[in-house]
Design a protein around this ligand. Structure first.
Ligand code: NAD
Ligand code: G6P
Ligand code: MN
Length: 431
C-alpha cells in the first residue's frame, strides 16, 4: 500500500495525475495521496483537491486524498514524493519571460535566462524539501517535475542524500508523435534518446525494430505538429535537419532558430501576451470548471497546457519501480558515464532500465561534434546555475548567463542578471 505526497498539489495538472493513478490502479496499490501546497495556493488546493476526491469516488477506488499545508505531515513515511511546484507562482514566470525580452533575448519558462531565474528561486525550496525527506522518509523516491527539471534533479543529486529521478513529458510526446504519424501504438516505436532536459535528441528512431530515422527527419521538415502546446511550431529548415541527421526536440528551436523564435515571441507578447500570460487565463478557466461539483473527470480544456502525457510518464515510472519491471524509460539521471562527453556527476536525459532500485542509464558513448558542442556549453551553464543557486554566488551566476547560447554578450548577461536579482529578491534568500 503506497503513500504518495504531491508537492504543489494545487496545480491545475493534478487531475491528470489522479487520472493516471486511476488507470494504473490494478498494478499500483496506492492507498493515500497527500496534496500539499502553500498559503498562496490554499484556494487552488481546495478546488483541485475536491475534484480529485470526486474522480476517485467515481472510479470506486479506496484511495484517501488529504489536502494539507503541512509538508512534513505529507512527506512523513511517504513512498513517493512528486514535486510539481512553482515558486512565486505564474506572476514570477511572467516576469522571467519579460526581463530577457527587454534586452532582445528569448524569454522562456525553462530555457535561457527565464529558466535560470526559475532555478534560482526553486533551489532553496527543493533543498528544504530534501532535508524533510532525509529526516522523515529516507527511503522515499523523489520524482521531480519541477522545472528546470534537469537542473533541479542535478541539485538534489549533488547536494542531498535523497533518491531522485527527474521527469519531463517531451520524450514521450516525441514517441507519441512518431506513433501517430505511422498510425501505430506507442509501444511499437523506440527512440534512442540522449541529451539534457529540454535539449534532448532522438539519435535513432525505430518502428518494430526497423531504423526509420532518416524517413522521419524528412517528414519533420514538412510538419508543424511535432511540438508542445507551449512552443510555437515554427517550420524546421530542411537543410538544417538533413545536416543534423538526428531528431531534434521541440525546444531545439530556441537554439537552432533563435532569430525566428525571438521574432515570434515578440509578436505574441504584443498580441496575446507571453506564454505565462496566456497560461494565467487558461488556468482561470480551468479552475472555474474544476469548481463545478458535478465535474468528476479531467476536462478536455486541460489539453491547452503543455503538460500532455505528464501523468503517463510519472505513473509508468512509479509502476516500474514498484513492480521491478526492468523496462526502458527516459529519465533525468546521474550520467555515470552514459555520455562520455559530459561529467560523470552531471544529470542527463537518456534511456534507462527501470527496476526497483531506480534508473540505470544505457550507454551512448561519445556524441558527434555537432551535438557535443551545444550540449557541453549548456551543461556548463547548468553547473554554474546550480553553484549560483546553492551558494548565492554572483560570479557563477554571471558566468552562467554569459556562456548561455541565447545570451549575446557579458554586458547583456549582467543587465539581465541584475534585473532578475532585483525582481526576485523575496524568493532568493541565498543572495
Ligand atoms: P502552478 O503555478 O500551478 O504551481 C503549482 C502549485 O505549486 C501552486 O498551487 C503553488 O501554490 C504551489 N507552490 C508554490 N510554491 C510552493 C512551495 N514552496 N511548496 C509547495 N507548493 C508550492 O504551476 P504548474 O503550471 O502547475 O507547474 C508546476 C511545476 O511543474 C512548474 O515548475 C512547471 O514548470 C512544472 N512542469 C514540469 C513539466 C515537465 O515536463 N517536467 C510539465 C509540466 C509542468
Ligand atoms: C512542456 C514541458 C514542461 C513545461 C510545459 C509548459 O510540457 O515539458 O516542462 O513546463 O510544457 O506548459 P505551459 O502550458 O505551462 O506553458
Ligand atoms: Mn519538460
Amino acid at each position: 500500500k503506497l503513500k504518495i505526497a504531491v508537492i504543489g498539489g494545487g496545480s491545475s495538472y493534478t487531475p491528470e495525475l489522479i487520472e493516471g493513478f486511476i488507470k494504473r490502479a490494478p498494478e499500483l496499490p496506492v492507498s493515500e495521496i497527500y496534496l500539499v501546497d502553500v498559503e498562496q495556493g490554499r484556494e487552488k488546493l481546495e478546488i483541485v483537491g475536491n475534484l480529485a476526491k470526486r474522480m476517485l469516488d467515481k472510479a470506486g477506488l479506496n484511495i484517501s486524498v488529504h489536502l494539507t499545508l503541512d509538508r512534513r505531515e505529507a512527506i512523513s513515511n511517504a513512498d513517493f514524493v512528486i514535486t510539481q511546484f512553482r515558486v512565486g507562482g505564474i506572476d514570477a514566470r511572467i516576469r522571467d519571460e519579460k526581463i530577457p525580452l527587454k534586452y532582445g533575448v528569448i524569454g522562456q519558462e525553462t530555457t535561457g535566462p527565464g529558466g535560470f531565474a526559475k532555478a534560482l528561486r526553486t533551489i532553496p525550496v527543493i533543498l528544504d524539501i530534501c532535508r524533510d525527506i532525509e529526516e522523515l522518509a529516507p527511503d522515499a523516491w523523489l520524482i521531480n517535475f519541477t522545472n528546470p527539471s534537469g537542473i533541479i534533479t542535478e541539485t538534489v543529486i549533488k547536494h542531498t542524500g535523497v533518491k531522485v529521478l527527474g521527469l519531463c513529458n517531451v520524450p514521450v510526446n516525441m514517441v507519441n508523435y512518431v506513433a501517430k504519424a505511422y498510425g501505430v501504438e506507442m509501444d511499437r516505436v523506440y527512440i534512442q534518446f540522449a541529451g539534457l532536459n529540454h535539449l534532448v535528441w532522438g539519435l535513432r528512431v525505430y518502428l518494430d525494430g526497423e531504423d526509420i530515422t532518416q524517413k522521419l527527419i524528412e517528414q519533420l521538415a514538412s510538419d508543424e505538429n511535432m511540438t508542445m502546446k507551449n512552443i510555437p511550431g515554427m517550420q524546421w529548415d530542411k537543410d538544417l535537419l538533413k545536416s543534423l541527421g538526428v531528431l531534434p526536440c521541440p525546444y531545439h528551436r530556441y537554439y537552432y532558430m533563435k532569430d525566428t523564435m525571438l521574432e515570434e515571441e515578440k509578436r505574441k507578447a504584443t498580441h496575446e501576451g507571453t506564454r505565462g500570460e496566456v497560461v494565467k487565463k487558461v488556468e482561470r478557466e480551468l479552475f472555474e470548471l474544476y469548481k463545478d461539483p458535478k465535474l468528476d473527470e479531467k476536462p478536455p480544456q486541460l489539453e491547452k497546457r503543455g503538460g500532455a502525457l505528464y501523468s503517463y510518464t510519472a505513473c509508468n515510472l512509479i509502476s516500474s519501480i514498484v513492480n521491478d519491471k526492468r523496462d526502458i524509460q527516459v529519465v533525468n539521471v546521474k550520467n555515470s558515464g552514459a555520455i562520455l562527453d559530459l561529467p560523470e556527476d552531471a544529470v542527463v536525459e537518456t534511456n534507462c532500465v527501470i527496476d526497483k532500485n531506480g534508473a540505470h542509464s544505457l550507454s551512448v558513448g561519445r556524441l558527434p561534434a555537432k551535438i557535443r558542442g551545444l550540449i557541453q556549453v549548456v551543461k556548463a551553464y547548468e553547473e554554474l546555475t546550480i553553484e549560483a543557486g546553492v551558494n548565492g554566488d554572483y560570479n557563477a551566476a554571471l558566468q552562467a548567463l554569459t556562456i548561455h547560447p541565447l545570451v549575446p554578450s557579458a554586458g547583456i548577461a549582467k543587465k539581465i542578471l541584475d534585473d532578475i536579482l532585483a525582481e526576485n529578491r523575496e524568493y532568493l534568500p541565498q543572495f
